[in-house]
Design a protein around this ligand. Structure first.
Ligand SMILES: Cc1ncc(C[n+]2csc(CCOP(=O)(O)OP(=O)(O)O)c2C)c(N)n1
Ligand SMILES: [Mg+2]
Length: 303
């Protein structure tokens, strides 16, 4: 494969020349995952926006060994790579990362990821959670927020957006008794790097989930990607935390001055119908209850 812009001074391991949208939270997060992991890393990438936008034949934006196989199986291929590295006694100095979107992680890749976690294969599984199947046109996934309008849960007379609730994947990961499970957002770039570095020091299977704004899918102004990540955390809707062997070890506090879920929802047109009538306002209240429960569960309140 050729690399794009080979004369460039940009030496990011995920470099320019990709075709992602302006303001893509997934590409931003993935760049920092790669930077934190460093050059001695092999990445297995499921089908999705991150794969499609960084590897258009005959180009690649990756300055790392990187492989795409199928939508559902980056984790199974990663298990094979980890086994080969172990056989070659190279498993201590080469990292293996299996990465996918929320569709590839929460839904279609779930069985194979669960197998990897069960066997405790030496792989970091990273989910870029943009809360829908974005690459194929914003279909709802198991990660889609309650109330979000998507092409398979269009807000209208029949329903006010997605009527299902987001699957708690980190809890499912923790239930596999992993050495390390963490969650963060594309509004917390330094935290992404810190968590990847930490994860790669932990034995066996690890899981990192990153909330990533999607400008066309969430339908917001491109300059808000980082801000929305911060608001998701500050409102309590998307806790930023780490758990080691099932115990929460760190959790980022929410600000003393309450940030309501409305502040996160309002700039995104996927939620615009919620602000129009009483039914929508009730649904916002339900989301606020869930955010408040997170604040309690993860002990996020600032004294
Ligand atoms: C087995 C299979 N089913 C469906 C598809 C079509 N498909 C390709 S990418 C994609 C969406 C990916 O969504 P997600 O994993 O959330 O990643 P995103 O694009 O949102 O980053 C789908 C449905 C496929 N390639 N293979
Ligand atoms: Mg997605």
């Amino acid at each position: 494969m050729q690399r794009n812009n080979t004369n460039s001074k940009n030496k990011y391991l995920l470099s320019e020349g990709h075709t992602a949208c302006a303001g893509c939270g997934e590409l931003l997060a993935a760049r920092h995952v790669a930077e934190a992991a460093g050059p001695n890393t092999i990445i297995l990438n499921s089908t999705g926006c991150l794969e499609v936008t960084t590897s258009q034949y005959p180009n690649s934006s990756w300055r790392l060994p990187w492989m795409h196989s199928l939508f559902e199986n980056s984790s199974a291929v990663a298990s094979g790579v980890a086994a080969a590295l172990k056989y070659k006694k190279q498993d201590k100095n080469i990292n293996v990362i299996a990465q996918a979107g929320d569709g590839g992680t929460f839904d279609i890749g779930m069985g194979l990821i669960s197998g990897l976690w069960e066997r405790k294969d030496n792989v970091l599984v990273v989910c870029y959670d943009n809360e829908a199947y974005m690459n194929t046109g914003v279909q709802a996934s198991g990660a889609t927020s309650h109330g979000a309008s998507t092409t398979t849960s269009p807000a209208g007379k029949a329903i006010p957006g997605n009527m299902l609730f987001k699957k708690d994947m980190p809890a499912i990961a923790i239930a596999h008794d992993l050495s390390y499970v963490a969650q963060t957002t594309c509004g917390h770039i330094a935290d992404i790097e810190k968590k990847v570095k930490k994860a790669l020091t932990m034995p066996g299977a690890k899981y990192l989930q990153i909330l990533c704004g999607c400008t066309p899918g969430w339908n917001y102004d491109t300059k808000l990607t980082v801000k929305l990540g911060k608001l998701a955390q500050q409102s309590g809707l998307y806790p930023v935390f780490e758990a080691e062997y099932g115990e929460i070890t760190t959790a980022l506090k929410v600000p003393k001055k309450k940030v309501s879920v409305e502040e996160f929802l309002k700039p995104q047109k996927r939620f615009k119908h919620l602000f129009k009538d009483e039914k929508g306002k009730d649904l916002i209240k339900q989301l606020q209850v869930r955010a408040d429960k997170n604040i309690e569960k993860y002990n996020l309140a600032t004294e």
